[in-house]
Design a protein around this ligand. Structure first.
Ligand code: PHE
Length: 369
């Protein structure tokens, strides 16, 4: 039967001798000293303090000692381990401080270096104004809809009740993409998005469509061949001209402050009745009319500014999109963004809006907000 070996001489148990413990401490110290990164120190720690380190193995030997020798050995090992731990902690502080110093040196910012002088970009005033107008509708729960700029002739014209002999459909007004047999045009207005929205969506439909449109126009101070419109379409039960008027008044007030709109009878094939919408002059509020002493540049002393077209959606358009016209009706409107920017922000020449001179954008920066 084997029991504790009472004749066991603790000093003979090599790992527990004072010398070998001192050696372990010395080795650990020099390993820590040699480690000059946090990673290397971590490695040294696992070799000299962790489970399989000499000091840990020595600790296990205690169990093999006769009871009377254990206390002594335990104290010696504990002291040695304490020394190793203290050495580690001291070195850890040094290494961390050194690494921090290195990082700080490497990431130092030289405030005397020349900076990049490229200016920060910003949305073009047209884009900013278009977003601003769309936001008025988003706030009322409308959706923003978009359509392609190269549009099917059917969607741009036929579905909107423009006959094939309508003058706007000629090549003098409309830009056709070749080959002509494909019947694709650069959309001449945003109204085809009305059709797309009605075909794509469940009723009721409340959409605004801001976007680029194209016409074979002159390029002068009041015409550019590529310009922007915002279209609105609402189709729901019981919609009337009164809703249209209320909506336009709301848009006008959001954009120009305390102003009214008025409607003048007009004609569009896709609305019936149709109207031109005018905006009460937000500068003189009509005070300049017949008053040569106080002329108004914004409305040219007319008191009203032409803004866009609108009307009750022609039932033929609704029917072309499969809408039951006995149940549903709607209104639509559309206005030019360039025109709106002209009188809202006092831009006098449309060419400035396309020429890309940054001074123009800078001048109107924030104005479209
Ligand atoms: N699409 C018309 C235009 O470009 C404007 C308009 C839109 C008129 C909606 C009525 C209803 O002139």
């Amino acid at each position: 039967m084997s029991g504790p070996n009472t004749n066991y001489d603790p000093v003979e148990v090599a790992p527990l001798s004072a010398e070998s413990l001192a050696e372990m401490v010395a080795e650990a110290r020099s390993a820590f000293a040699a480690a000059d990164t946090v990673a290397a120190l971590k490695q040294a720690r696992s070799e000299h303090l962790a489970e399989r380190s000499p000091i840990a193995l020595a600790n296990r030997e205690i169990g093999a000692l006769p009871p009377q020798a254990r206390k002594d050995a335990g104290q010696r090992i504990g002291a040695a381990r304490g020394e190793i731990q203290a050495a580690f902690a001291a070195r850890q502080e040094e290494v961390a401080a050194a690494e921090l110093a290195l990082t700080l040196a490497a990431e130092q910012v030289d405030v005397t270096l020349p900076v990049s002088r490229r200016p920060v970009g910003a949305p073009h005033p047209i884009t900013a104004l278009m977003d601003l107008m769309a936001d008025v509708f988003v706030a009322m729960g409308w959706e923003v809809a978009e359509g392609p700029e190269a549009e099917g002739e059917w969607l741009n014209f036929d579905a909107l009740n423009l006959d094939s002999d309508h003058p706007a459909r000629g090549t003098t007004d409309t830009l056709f993409l070749s080959p002509l047999e494909r019947h694709v045009v650069l959309r001449t207005h945003t109204s085809p998005v009305q059709i797309r929205s009605l075909l794509d969506r469940e009723l009721p439909v409340y959409v605004v469509c801001p976007g680029k449109v194209f016409r074979a126009d002159e390029f002068d101070s009041t015409h550019v061949p590529v310009f922007h419109q915002i279209e609105g379409l609402c189709v729901d039960k019981g919609i009337s001209m009164a809703h249209l008027k209320g909506t336009l008044d709301h848009l006008a007030r959001q954009m120009f402050g305390d102003v009214r709109t008025r409607m003048r009878p007009s004609y569009f094939p896709f609305t019936e009745p149709s109207a031109e919408v005018d905006l009460e002059c937000f500068v003189c509020h009509g005070a300049s009319v017949g008053n040569p002493d106080a002329p108004c540049r914004t409305c040219r002393s007319e008191g009203w500014i032409e803004w866009g077209g609108c009307g009750v959606v022609n039932p033929r358009v609704l029917a072309a999109c499969g809408v039951d016209t006995a149940v549903y009706s709607g209104f639509a409107f559309g206005m030019g963004i360039e025109r709106t920017l002209m009188f809202r922000n006092n831009a006098t020449d449309m060419r400035d809006m396309v020429e890309g001179d940054i001074r123009f954008s800078r001048q109107l920066k924030g104005a479209a907000r």
